[in-house]
Design a protein around this ligand. Sequence first.
Ligand SMILES: NC(=O)C1=CN([C@@H]2O[C@H](COP(=O)(O)OP(=O)(O)OC[C@H]3O[C@@H](n4cnc5c(N)ncnc54)[C@H](O)[C@@H]3O)[C@@H](O)[C@H]2O)C=CC1
Ligand SMILES: O=C(O)CCC(=O)C(=O)O
Length: 444
Amino acid sequence: MSYVDEVLERVKTKNASEPEFLQACEEVLESLRPVIEKNEALYKKEALLERLVEPDRQFKFRVPWVDDKGQVQVNTGYRVQFNNAIGPYKGGLRLHPSVNIGIIKFLGFEQIFKNSLTGLPIGGGKGGSDFDPKGKSDREVMAFCQSFMTELCKYIGADVDVPAGDIGTGAREIGYMFGQYKRIRGMYEGVLTGKGLTYGGSLARTEATGYGLLYITQELMKDHGESMEGKTVVVSGAGNVAIYAIQKAQQMGAKVVTCSDSTGWIYDPEGIDVDLLKEVKEVKRARLTEYAAARPSAQYHEGRGVWSIKCDIALPCATQNELHLDDAKQLVANGVKAVCEGANMPTTLDATKYLQENGVWFICGKAANAGGVATSALEMTQNSERLSWTFEEVDAKLQQIMVNIYHNINDAAKRYGMEGNYVAGANIAGFEKVANAMLAQGVC
Ligand SMILES: NC(=O)C1=CN([C@@H]2O[C@H](COP(=O)(O)OP(=O)(O)OC[C@H]3O[C@@H](n4cnc5c(N)ncnc54)[C@H](O)[C@@H]3O)[C@@H](O)[C@H]2O)C=CC1
Ligand SMILES: O=C(O)CCC(=O)C(=O)O
């Protein structure tokens, strides 16, 4: 049995109840086969893969808080510090009822390679809770965030582990958490990113993941002799990543005709009105039915369905495993050219395979959505030097990082004879740097 198969077997036995984590491990290890085979004896002796799939440590803790009726509620908090070979742990905090240790581990594992691809000194981590901010008052959200940080603050720090936002965690939640960290630890440091602009946040961090997704998509199109101008784009999600992906795609001359949330989706053949979408989702925190009610050209549908719309480019920006094999078949039948993932692991393994086998240019999330964490690392830099850069400075750095990621993953795939396989390229390029750092640092 090959070393990769041995490790995959062990991971499956050890983490049998964590399907998302197994899916992420399988995707990464399968595409690393040619790299591992080249150095199998060394990697095996050093147990490099075993160390890579085992988090450095994971915290699970009780989060009690009081709701508006005076009732005590209890949620579970998590932080997984996966790998700090190339820098302090870095990765977001997800607040969603579906959160469990397997989901946090898959996200933390992906984050190792993503953060490596940015070219910046950040390791991989992730956290969150099964708390649902939806439908809660600001006071309830604050009570939860303060309780969550009361425990989390023992394990994090500006040079140790720097959390940020993710699903359900936006500027409001980061603000409450930062306030509590400062209060308990008695220090003012860049311990979180995605902070407000008045207390250490970076310009362009809000836009960064969506904008970065479009910068890499544009580079992909350019490399294939195409442009964004006039392309029809289908987007899923209506949160932070989706909104700024839609905005940048439109600035590049494309027409974005869909968005979605967990209850339904919008088809707007005249193009999504991004200001209206921001008003509905960012300001009112309302459902997409409100968008449809205010926009005569929009059709609202219950359930899922954005992938049934004919498009040139598809950008899944909601959550994991939201683009299935049937969706991939429909996209291919409708002539899609490119699929680039704004969310983390939104495409199932069989759908990814189908898209790749049918000639679709497919860039996986760890490369395509790396602009968010890259800009978080730029926020850390600004905090360390006690300076703030202009929007244009940060945006220019973000663009360059995304263009570099495209060429690095493209070159890595070519080096191993897999030209055009950007999934393999991303895993290989992300892995090489982390593996070299781990080997240089000895057994730890
Ligand atoms: N915010 C960031 O900077 C980054 C986010 N990501 C990933 O992008 C994705 C979206 O994150 P954000 O936009 O930040 O979150 P968000 O909370 O702002 O928006 C999430 C969107 O996805 C939808 N959604 C969530 N769970 C769903 C489900 N089970 N079924 C259908 N729709 C669902 C929500 O309705 C919402 O429209 C996630 O996979 C996240 O991990 C990746 C890199 C950075
Ligand atoms: O900005 C960050 O530190 C984290 C972003 C994140 O969670 C992600 O890349 O999935």
